[in-house]
Design a protein around this ligand. Structure first.
Ligand code: 5GP
Length: 214
């Protein structure tokens, strides 16, 4: 078997995953990153305080509001939004670097950010919305996470309905009632989306060579 196909250039895609918090999205994205070497996580900037165990530069870039606003003014974000009481944004530079290398980028952003990415880069966007199997399960997951205060959990539950109303704006919907199946679903989406003709920018030359035209 030859590995000729590995030389076919490919255009990187942006895989956006959104969900109400507690639907299990973070667990799915972590597993995906471990199992797929071709995708890189986009690290967002946020003005929220780190949770116990969160590392600056790994989970988020934790920045003061003034710095965040400066980055907004300088046009350094691909998208940004206020979620709950804090600001979140995706720094543009690292995303562009990864895409240029023909690699894919994974985003954990909310529906507001997804709309902005859709407006600026529809062709490169693949969006997935993750739903919990039930409200009871969503609440249970938020409580067992145990990193947030009861007040924060209540606030997130109250906002979950609003967030979930945006599911029709996404390309794919996953109801996360079985973690392994959900991970496999995202992997299947990624596999199929990578094979899309318009992303295989090196295919023209490859087929020309197959046909003996070069
Ligand atoms: P958390 O505070 O639980 O880490 O994240 C809260 C929400 O903010 C999640 O829905 C997450 O998807 C969203 N979020 C995280 N980073 C970004 C970002 O860079 N942009 C946008 N628009 N939303 C984000």
């Amino acid at each position: 078997m030859t590995n000729a196909t590995s030389t076919i250039g490919r255009r990187g895609l942006m895989l956006v995953m959104s969900s109400p918090s507690g639907a299990g999205k973070t667990t799915i994205t972590r597993a995906l990153l471990q199992r797929d070497a071709g995708i890189t996580m986009s690290i967002s900037a946020t003005t929220r305080a780190p949770r116990p165990g969160e590392v600056d530069g790994k989970d988020y870039f934790f920045v003061p509001v003034e710095k965040f606003q400066g980055w907004v003014r300088d046009g350094q974000f691909l998208e940004h939004a206020k979620v709950f009481d804090n600001y979140y944004g995706t720094p543009k530079g690292p995303v562009e670097d990864v895409l240029r290398q023909g690699r894919d980028v994974l985003f954990d952003i909310d529906w507001q950010g997804t709309q902005q990415v859709r407006d600026t880069a529809r062709a490169d966007l693949v969006s997935v919305f993750v739903l919990p199997p039930s409200v009871a399960e969503l609440e249970r997951r938020l409580h067992t996470r145990a990193q947030d205060s009861a007040e924060v959990v209540a606030k997130r539950m109250a906002k979950a309905g609003d967030e979930m109303s945006h599911w029709p704006e996404y390309d794919y919907i996953i109801v996360n009632d079985d973690l392994e199946r959900s991970i496999a679903s995202v992997q299947a989406i990624l596999t199929a989306e990578r094979l899309k003709r318009e992303r295989q920018v090196g295919m023209h030359d490859f087929v020309s060579r197959l046909r003996g035209m070069e």
